[in-house]
Design a binder for this molecule. Structure first.
Ligand code: 7TS
Length: 409
């Protein structure tokens, strides 16, 4: 699909906000949805809404085929060995919590170490904090280089024979930096630890090959990659998942229930309690078809081009600080910044008046804000439907913001 055709598939982008054509630069929070995904949801609810794996009736069979078909699409998309390794979850947060509770409780003991970094999203911090507290384990943080990227020499020092779990984001939701997962996984494995990847900001933007990365677990959120909210994926190596206990019980995950003892279904269903997220999974399948048509390489190339252009144009603005590496090739299309003496919420408010949507705040990464020595930042995040013109509008908006606050104060 040509870049100019991609944007046309997103009906929401064709509107005015506050009297200006909408420029949506908040895709790291959630992406917009193409018409193909909206139609897949509508087809399900209009044509074959039914529960899965239960009835023998025709609608139930269609729904089951589509739901399990979506699992196979995910498997191919991340190159897992088998659909047994693909568990549908509510999102990345649920996926990481599942690993921390199920794998973590069984494999982490007092005195063990769990290693993460300073750049993690809260969803990849708190589950490990809770586990560490419960088990008397130590939570350790890999130091970052000055540009915010992971210091691999420090990674080698931080990960030790006591480390049981290493968990980091594939891509930081604040700095946009792409992390060297394959290298970290190799270090983790050399100490007998598992590698957990928070892929919320990775899977939307680049090729994910879980076998090549050799990670033990990988999580993603559908809503950041053109699918609906409420659907995500936990990938896990079968050798781990087979030994792990479910953390939710009832409904879809049951094999046999007695009065005092019960047994679970096989993988992947033993981790999918209750009625599954059927519409969400079907929507994710449609989103994967859509993204695959564009191609992961083309998506990353597009983001590198936009990031390079944004970094160049934004660095022309005086007193504007950009966080993270300044080489576009080290990032995806996420640019976090501050304008001196202007609060990021004020930046976002002025931009909104111009029809430009950006996020301001701590981005659910308070330890990283502390590391950056700021209380908050503004963030512009791009995706497949953004263009150089969107960045021009952002830069014009930022210049206006600066003028406005310079004149007022
Ligand atoms: N990990 C990372 C790196 C994220 O960016 C996010 C969401 C999550 C985990 C949690 O994903 P969820 O789908 O389970 O909520 N990040 C953001 C953000 O940057 N702005 O809003 C949500």
């Amino acid at each position: 699909m040509k870049a100019s055709d991609v944007r046309k598939q997103f009906p929401i982008l064709d509107q005015e906000v506050n009297g200006h054509p909408l420029v949506y630069l908040d895709s790291a929070a959630t992406s917009q949805k193409p018409v193909q995904v909206i139609e897949a949801l509508s087809d399900y609810y209009r044509g074959y809404n039914s529960n899965v794996h239960r009835g023998v009736h025709t609608l139930g069979t269609r729904a089951t085929d589509k739901y399990e078909g979506a699992r196979e699409k995910v498997r191919r998309f991340i190159n897992a060995s088998s659909t047994e390794e693909v568990i549908f979850t509510r999102g990345t947060t649920t996926a990481i919590n599942t690993v921390a509770v199920s794998y973590g409780r069984a494999n982490v003991d007092q005195g063990d170490e769990i290693v993460i970094t300073y750049m993690e999203h809260h969803s990849n911090i708190i589950p490990w904090q809770q586990l560490a507290k419960e088990k008397g384990a130590q939570l350790k943080f890999i130091p970052l280089r000055e540009d915010g990227s992971i210091n691999m020499d420090e990674a080698k020092n931080t990960i030790t024979d006591k480390t049981k779990i290493v968990s980091t984001s594939h891509v930081s939701n604040v700095l946009g930096v792409i992390n060297p997962i394959k290298e970290l996984a190799a270090i983790a494995h050399s100490h007998g630890a598992v590698m957990v990847v928070d892929g919320a900001q990775g899977a939307p933007h680049m090729k994910v090959d879980v076998r090549d990365l050799d990670c033990d677990f990988y999580s993603l959120s559908g809503h950041k990659m053109c699918a609906p909210t409420g659907i995500g994926v936990l990938y896990g190596k079968k050798e781990h998942l087979e030994k792990m206990e479910p953390i939710e019980f009832g409904g879809e995950m049951i094999d046999f229930v007695g009065l005092y003892e019960s047994t679970w279904k096989e993988l992947p269903w033993k981790f999918e309690a209750g009625t599954p997220i059927i519409a969400g999974a079907i929507g994710l399948g449609a989103a994967i078809d859509f993204l695959s048509e564009i191609g992961s390489e083309a998506i990353l190339e597009h983001e590198h081009r936009l990031a390079a252009y944004a970094l160049e144009r934004m660095s022309e603005i005086e007193n504007l600080t950009i966080y993270g590496p300044l080489e576009a090739s080290k990032r995806v299309g996420v640019i976090t910044f501050n304008i001196e003496d202007v609060h990021p919420h004020d930046v976002a408010t002025v931009l909104d008046a111009e029809g430009i949507a950006v996020r301001a705040g701590h981005h659910c990464a308070q330890p990283l804000m502390k590391w950056l020595d700021v209380s908050a930042t503004a963030r512009a995040s791009f995706y497949i439907y953004n263009t150089e013109q969107d960045i021009d509008r952002l830069v014009e908006g930022l210049v206006k913001t600066k003028e406005y606050f310079t004149n007022v104060f």
